[in-house]
Design a protein around this ligand. Structure first.
Ligand code: TLP
Length: 345
């Protein structure tokens, strides 16, 4: 089979041999009865890593985010989101369809929200207004290019939200990438927020799974919403086993992905016809605009594919490349040559 250099997402990473061995050996039980020891172990480890009292294992990041919204809100509430946040942009209108809440999009700067804008978007008591119930922060921010909200800004945002009576949820699908880029323990980013979702199945390379963490009481309620959404799994310790390896062994190697993204971004920025804000290349993503007459995102992606590189167009002329453990430094250099050839042609 022809090998592609797959830069579509870090979700494409396949499990390591160590994960497969752990999966084969995992002790399991029925998790709906709370009897899967491997899931329990993963949930405890996850809660400890993000400094929360408890965590619940869910099949996907999308389900984790939506469970968090269900747990924090009531029908008819308003939820403040960054204008291109995953939870709003890519989750099939789950806010409306599942929680019956209204989104209040607020534009950030390179994905980073300004506390004053959040304060201005909250609603005072008024018979006409919905209740402002929840602020969602995304760190790293996917559509902004994998950008990072620093620790101090996390605190400022949480302070404003709490002052106005909103809870704070962190879509931390890639929060370990954020912590690494900032050189801080992930707990520093999660301390200000009430709940956090993070993914095992992205750069950390587990085949399946995310966690949602918060207080014991909150997670107990979230667990019930997981059941409601059909996410109550049974002998899923086989999946949790891979997740434990992901958390214990795969976090530090994300640095390689960041280095590769910087190499890729630096190379792309020099190619005529590519508009790339290098300041957005902070973690494992490179997002850029095409600026070449007659070449749109879909056409560019087709040209890449014909030359062995997979990528996603995330706008009419916008392309996203994501680095991860299954692309090497050599692959990055090859991908750069491929892009050069397309842009010359
Ligand atoms: N993001 C995927 C796609 O859905 C776009 C990707 O390839 O990047 N939060 C953030 C910030 C995400 O980037 C994603 C996945 C999720 C949540 C949802 O995770 P899953 O795919 O497990 O539902």
């Amino acid at each position: 089979m022809k090998r592609f250099i797959d830069l579509r997402s870090d979700t494409v990473t396949s499990p390591t041999n160590e994960m497969r061995e752990a999966m084969a050996a995992a002790e399991v039980g029925d998790d709906v009865y709370g009897e899967d020891p491997t899931i329990r172990q993963l949930e405890e480890l996850a809660a400890e890593k993000v400094g929360k009292e408890a965590a619940v294992f869910v099949p996907t990041g999308t389900m984790g985010n939506q469970i968090a919204v269900l747990t924090h809100t009531q029908r008819g509430d308003e939820v403040i989101v960054e204008a291109e946040a995953h939870i709003y942009f890519y989750e099939v209108a789950g806010l409306a369809a599942l929680s019956s809440v209204q989104a209040r999009p607020v534009k950030g700067s390179r994905g980073v929200l300004d506390p004053d804008d959040v304060a201005a978007a909250t609603r005072p008591a008024n018979i006409h207004f919905p209740r402002s119930a929840l602020l969602c922060i995304e760190n790293t921010h996917n559509r902004a290019g994998g950008t990072v909200t620093p620790v101090q800004r996390m605190w400022e945002l949480a302070r404003v939200a709490h002052e106005y009576g909103l809870a704070v949820h962190l879509d931390g699908a890639r929060v370990f990438n954020a912590a690494l880029a900032l050189g801080v323990d992930v707990k520093e980013l999660t301390a200000p927020v009430d709940s956090v979702m993070f993914c095992l199945s992205k750069g950390l390379s587990a085949p399946v799974g995310s966690l949602v963490a918060g207080t014991k009481e909150w997670v107990a309620r979230a667990r019930k919403y997981r059941k409601l959404l059909g996410g109550g799994m049974r002998q899923a310790g086989v999946l949790a086993a891979a997740g434990i390896v992901a958390l214990e062994k795969m976090v530090n190697r994300l640095a390689e992905d960041h280095a590769n993204a910087h190499l890729l971004g630096g190379g792309l920025a020099q190619i005529p016809g590519i508009k790339l804000d290098l300041a957005t290349v902070q973690t494992n993503m490179v997002t850029f605009e095409l600026d070449k007459p007659g070449l749109d995102g879909a056409g560019f992606v087709r040209e890449l594919l014909a030359r062995g590189v997979k990528a996603n167009a995330t706008g009419p002329k916008r392309i996203r490349f994501v680095t991860h453990k299954d692309v090497s430094r050599e692959d990055i250099l090859t991908a750069l040559q491929v892009v050069q050839a397309i842009m010359r042609g």
